[in-house]
Design a protein around this ligand. Structure first.
Ligand code: 13P
Length: 251
């Protein structure tokens, strides 16, 4: 059985004080991880504060990015080894903002996926899709090539633990989510791609999330789809009250 994962991606939107207030507001009010896993991916500079304040230990505190080497002369980068030492379970890799603003290629993303696994963490691999590609009928080729590129030389056992997020760039931050059917189609395509590479067994175990303008009003319809195992929410994860509404989508 795939446990739902309701995850937030804060991007670069919070100060240390903001992170403290959020943790105070949510820490004791989250579901048991065995029923619904909840996570927030935050900038590296906030992680220690958040880990210290995660009293009930129900929230998975993730990183938004890391470098693909463990150490070395890479000024300003975040070491995956250090993240792992802190006890970070998840690292977002390949977000469309990293692909477009920081020129991350499938090759760089593949190296990062290896680095995250090498350090015993789980990547949340993001795949995007632009409106231009959708309209040009290139969606399938584009999504498949991102998945295969990112997972080059990743073993079956590692792929089994993977989380992939389908995040069409046209739905990110736009307030216009993909419809539940469009979200399901993208997530299904990703699961089929994993089945083609690793077989049905792995494809049925790994989790696929949808991201792009998810909010408390649309989450239930999205979560009802068979190939969607969770969401990756940006804006709606910033406010503690709204995040609690997301994680309680079943109530
Ligand atoms: P929004 O939920 O703000 O559209 O952001 C989605 C996203 O980019 C999550 O990674």
């Amino acid at each position: 059985m795939r446990i739902p994962l309701i995850a937030g991606n804060w991007k670069m939107n919070k100060s240390i004080e903001d992170a403290r207030s959020f943790m105070q507001a949510v820490s004791d009010r989250l579901p048991e991880p065995a029923q619904i896993e909840t996570a927030i991916a935050a900038p590296a500079i906030l992680l220690e504060t958040m880990l210290e304040m995660n009293s009930a230990n129900h929230l998975r505190i993730g990183a938004e990015n890391c470098y693909y080497e463990d150490s070395g002369a890479f000024t300003g980068e975040t070491s995956p080894l250090a993240l792992s030492e802190m006890g970070i379970p998840y690292v977002i890799v390949g977000h469309s903002e990293r692909r477009s603003y920081f020129n991350e290629t499938d090759d760089i993303i593949n190296r990062k996926v290896h680095a995250v696994y090498r350090n015993h963490m789980t990547p949340i691999l993001c795949c995007d899709e632009t409106m231009g590609r959708l309209e040009a009928g290139e969606k399938i080729h584009w999504v498949v090539s991102q998945v295969t590129g990112a997972l080059k030389d990743i073993s079956d056992d590692l792929a089994r633990q993977l989380v992939i997020a389908y995040e069409p760039s046209w739905a990110i931050g736009s307030g216009k989510s993909a419809s539940a059917d469009q979200a399901e189609e993208g997530c299904y395509l990703i699961r089929q791609t994993i089945a083609d590479i690793y077989g049905d067994d792995v494809a049925n175990q790994m989790r696929v999330l949808y991201g792009g303008s998810v909010n408390p009003d649309n989450i239930s319809e999205i979560m009802a789809k068979p190939n969607i195992d969770g969401v990756l929410a940006g804006g709606a994860s910033l406010d503690a009250k709204t995040f609690l509404q997301l994680v309680n989508y079943q109530k």
